[in-house]
Design a protein around this ligand. Structure first.
Ligand code: ADP
Length: 247
């Protein structure tokens, strides 16, 4: 179907670290247009999955494809150019750079060079400011990232990712360590961006957030999916409860 032709898919994705199978033949499909969530207990392979999909690490075997294109083992910038953006659990921003400069630097591969030359394009500056506004941190445009709260830094990182206009955004624990007020903003932001056509895949431990914003949830245990479905189904799935409770 045209839907699956546009999906983010893995086939039998496997990655071991020493004797540990972080991913064990994981076959997953994330359909376009959805807010997808990837959940599972600690150590179930979620981060390794993100890292394999985005080219941060190379899988031992199996495939990654997006929109029907094979991205297995491709470099992060190739994956990004294919339309997949991502944020990191431990938020990647330049601490001594202003919020505005952080977003500008993320805008394009030559962003850092343009910054050093003081030669940002007017259109990029306008776009960077409008993303800061959209994320509610425009008043911090001239503040160095290190002087922003953790949650504000996460929003800043997301603004940088959105500068490259990714069709699909992978969020690694967007709510981790974020205060409740910002948490609500992140939730509604994801829903709004999704309504405008952006697909999400979100690794998140905050189950209230996951259940309230997701269309589709995939549950990992020991390196592979053990259940998937809408929140109403996942909430009462015995395998899911078993994976979390270890029964
Ligand atoms: P999750 O994100 O679901 O918590 P991870 O993908 O981080 O799970 O980890 C899956 C398993 O792989 C864990 O047992 C973890 O200890 C192991 N692992 C992950 N990354 C590495 C690494 N770089 N070196 C060794 N072991 C790793």
């Amino acid at each position: 179907s045209p839907e699956s032709a546009r999906s983010l898919e893995t086939a039998e994705l496997t990655k071991a670290f020493g004797g540990v199978r972080a991913l064990d033949a994981a076959s997953v499909t994330f359909q376009p247009g959805r807010v997808n969530a990837l959940i599972g207990p600690n150590g179930s392979g979620k981060t390794t999955f993100f890292n394999c999909v985005t080219g941060m690490i190379r899988p031992d075997s199996g495939q990654v494809s997006y929109r029907g294109r094979d991205l297995t083992g491709r470099a992060p910038h190739v994956v990004a150019r294919a339309g997949l953006g991502r944020t990191f659990q431990l938020c990647r921003v330049f601490p001594r750079m202003s919020a505005l400069d952080n977003v500008l630097v993320a805008a394009r591969p030559g962003g850092l060079v343009a910054k050093l030359r003081g030669a940002h394009r007017r259109a990029d500056v306008d776009r960077a400011r409008s993303w800061l506004t959209r994320l509610g941190i425009e008043h911090l445009a001239d503040v160095e990232a290190r002087n922003m709260s953790w949650g504000q830094q996460k929003l800043l990182e997301l603004a940088g990712v959105l500068m490259s206009d990714p069709e699909t955004v992978l969020l690694d624990e967007p709510a981790g360590g974020v205060n409740p007020a910002l948490l609500d903003r992140i939730g509604s932001l994801v829903r709004d961006l999704n309504a405008e056509g952006r697909t999400f895949v979100i690794v998140e431990h905050n189950m209230d957030l996951v259940m309230s914003i997701s269309d589709h949830i995939v549950v990992f245990d020991r390196g592979r999916p053990i259940a998937e479905g809408p929140p109403s189904v996942i909430r009462s799935d015995e395998r899911v409860l078993g994976a979390y409770l270890g029964v």
